[in-house]
Design a protein around this ligand. Structure first.
Ligand SMILES: [Zn+2]
Length: 172
């Protein structure tokens, strides 16, 4: 985004920016939120999903669709100066609902501060995860949750496990 884009829809700007970076790719920009009705259709046509919308409803809808269709999903979230990142491989790693079965009570949409550079860094990390999954290069964060706090630049990796009783991936 640029200064002259403030107040304008982000989707056309994102498409223009991507095409400026690489005019040889096809960009299909969908200007609507993911939900239980459209997520499966969207996920059906892709090789990987990068999950980074601002609401838990959208995240859970994409998680359910990825688990059902066995598509990998990079899960990236931020709050203020902090970021979290993991890579979900349905049937192999915990899904989003294993890690966060329900939205935290304190959470409200867009009700937190965002430093653009923190989300930009997280976006780059998520892109690296996607490249690793798609190419087979390196070690994606499978079963690992990376958290970082930009306040003191502390990076920590936790092991995360599947829940046998997970409502989304428990049966696969
Ligand atoms: Zn699960």
């Amino acid at each position: 985004m640029r200064g002259d884009s403030v107040g304008k829809p982000r989707i056309p700007q994102a498409k223009e920016t991507l095409l400026r970076a690489n005019p040889h790719v096809e960009v299909v920009a969908l200007g609507e939120d993911a939900n239980e009705e459209n997520a499966e259709e969207w996920v059906k046509g892709v090789d990987i999903v990068l999950d980074c919308p601002p609401t838990f409803e959208e995240r859970y809808a994409l998680n359910r669709a990825c688990v059902k269709l066995r598509k990998p999903m990079v899960e990236a979230a931020m709050y203020s100066m902090e970021g979290t990142l993991t890579t979900i491989i349905p049937g192999e790693t915990p899904c989003l609902a294993c890690i966060t079965p329900e939205a935290p009570k304190w959470w409200k949409p867009l009700g937190f501060p965002v430093l653009g550079a923190v989300s930009a860094a997280l976006g780059c990390f998520a892109a690296i995860e996607a490249v690793k999954v798609l190419t087979g290069f390196g070690e994606p964060l499978k079963g690992k949750l990376l958290t970082y706090d930009s306040t003191n630049m502390e990076f920590v990796k936790f092991n995360v496990r599947r829940r046998a009783d997970c409502a989304v991936c428990g049966g696969i």
